[in-house]
Design a protein. Structure first.
Length: 443
């Protein structure tokens, strides 16, 4: 609150606006060449997925057992730290940097592979029944909505026992779905984190490229692969907007502004149980508002480009990829301090996961510190990092949106006209995101 916040807000918004204005004069061929601007740095190694996936499953299994049997303190029990700090926060950041690692790290692939070896069948590989194409991404939407409600609204998402029950149920439901509908099909449209991490992986500078039969580990422009990515149907577009909407409400629900709107005194906060109904409504309405803003912006852009409404979903199903870097930015900026602090608690807990007095890795006496939040210089560095993350995410969104529009309309001028309303929305959202990080909040 002692920092010159208004300058940060104005600077962030102007950075995104100037990025859009510069893109309007850029030649269309620049964007057409982006996917081809990759540089092979090494031959790709064939790393089997099953062993790493089994290790992931084993770590998850031990953590779930600890959730049931170890202490109730979420900062001394490995399960809350594994799920919320490592899985939801850390792994999302890692995916954005290194690419989609989830095919190797998910806790289902290895178990299904082991079952195939033991049974001599194609369980999980050959579906028992086909997943109806009309259902689209609806299973992922429903599951991610349930996950978001559990994290943001439910009374005690970090309670180890509750979390252990939720994680066990989630794993079992998706495991059964992979056996029935096939692992590949279910991970493509049904299991939300497979989809979420796959989308995030598109924005990593690292990728695996294929030249004939030769696979290479390559470096390229982040987001360039969005130009050749599949056009998402309505349900896929809704899923991506849902991820941003829940991240937005996560920050907004803690602000004095929201608490004042639902008539709750932030200085006498009643706890989660006192705002559960209001927060459930807020969690529902925020993604809907974002969907309306996004589709209205795309529709207005089509009108300015002289195109018909029949092309709305085709264009929206491509432009929605430009929302992914904004979702990444909100996620990373919002959870940065949690990662810095709870990551230290995790280092302590891994040495004694069952609170039995062990010291497996020599970290049990490690001192956890949050001193960097107690002085102006530390807060200034964190705020500058959060600002940079938010602005970079929106600038990346502007660039990707313009590149997709240039590819769709084959004209830089028409693409620029089609992006005016979406660019305005992104500038406003940049300022809003920075305001969320700086405004007074509870928690």
């Amino acid at each position: 609150m002692l920092l010159p916040t208004q300058f940060y807000l104005a600077g962030g918004g102007l950075a995104v606006l100037l990025s859009f204005l510069l893109l309007t004069v850029a030649p269309t061929r620049w964007f057409a060449e982006l996917p081809r601007k990759t540089f092979s740095v090494a031959q790709s190694l064939s790393v089997p997925k099953a062993p790493l996936s089994l290790l992931s499953f084993a770590i998850l299994g031990v953590s779930v057992v600890a959730g049931f049997l170890s202490v109730d303190d979420p900062l001394s029990n490995p399960l809350p730290l594994l799920i919320w700090t490592v899985g939801w926060v850390g792994l999302t950041m890692l995916q954005a940097i290194l690419g989609n690692l989830w095919p190797w790290l998910n806790p289902w692939t290895g178990v299904l592979s082991a079952l195939r070896r033991v049974s001599g069948t194609a369980v999980g590989r050959e579906p028992i029944m086909a997943l109806p194409s009309a259902i689209g991404y609806v299973p992922a939407i429903l599951q991610f909505s349930g996950f978001a409600w559990f994290e943001l609204v439910s009374i005690a998402p970090e309670d180890p026992t509750r979390l252990a029950m939720a994680v066990s149920s989630y794993w079992a439901i998706n495991f059964a779905a992979m056996i029935v509908f096939g692992e590949r099909a279910w991970m493509r449209v049904g299991e939300p984190f497979s989809i979420f991490f796959r989308m995030i992986g598109l924005f990593s500078v690292f990728s695996i490229t294929t030249d004939g039969h030769r696979k290479s580990f390559s470096i390229g422009w982040p987001g360039a692969r969005c130009l050749s990515a599949e056009t998402l149907p309505l349900s896929g577009t809704i899923f991506i907007l849902l991820t941003l909407g829940t991240a937005t409400f996560d920050g907004f629900s803690e602000t004095f502004t929201w608490l004042g709107f639902i008539d709750v005194n932030p200085l006498e906060f009643p706890g989660r149980s006192g705002v559960m109904i209001a927060n459930s409504f807020g969690l529902l309405i925020t993604p809907i508002v974002l969907m309306l803003v996004f589709y209205l912006s795309v529709a207005a852009g089509l009108y300015l480009a002289g195109k018909g409404w029949s092309e709305l979903q085709d264009l929206a199903g491509r432009l929605v990829y430009s929302i992914v870097p904004i979702s990444i930015a909100f996620h990373c900026a919002h959870y940065l301090t949690q990662l810095l602090i709870n990551g230290q608690y995790l280092m302590v807990v891994i040495s004694d996961p069952f609170a039995l007095g062990w010291d497996l890795f020599g970290t049990v006496d490690m001192h956890v510190t949050a001193s960097f939040l107690q002085n102006l210089e530390g807060v200034r560095i964190i705020w500058a990092a959060q600002t940079l993350i938010i602005v970079m995410g929106h600038v990346a969104g502007i660039v990707v949106a313009h590149a997709i529009a240039a590819d769709a309309f084959r004209s830089s001028k028409v693409a620029a006209r089609s992006q005016i309303f979406l660019a305005v929305a992104m500038v406003i959202y940049t300022v809003f995101g920075l305001w969320l990080l700086s405004t007074p909040s509870v928690g």
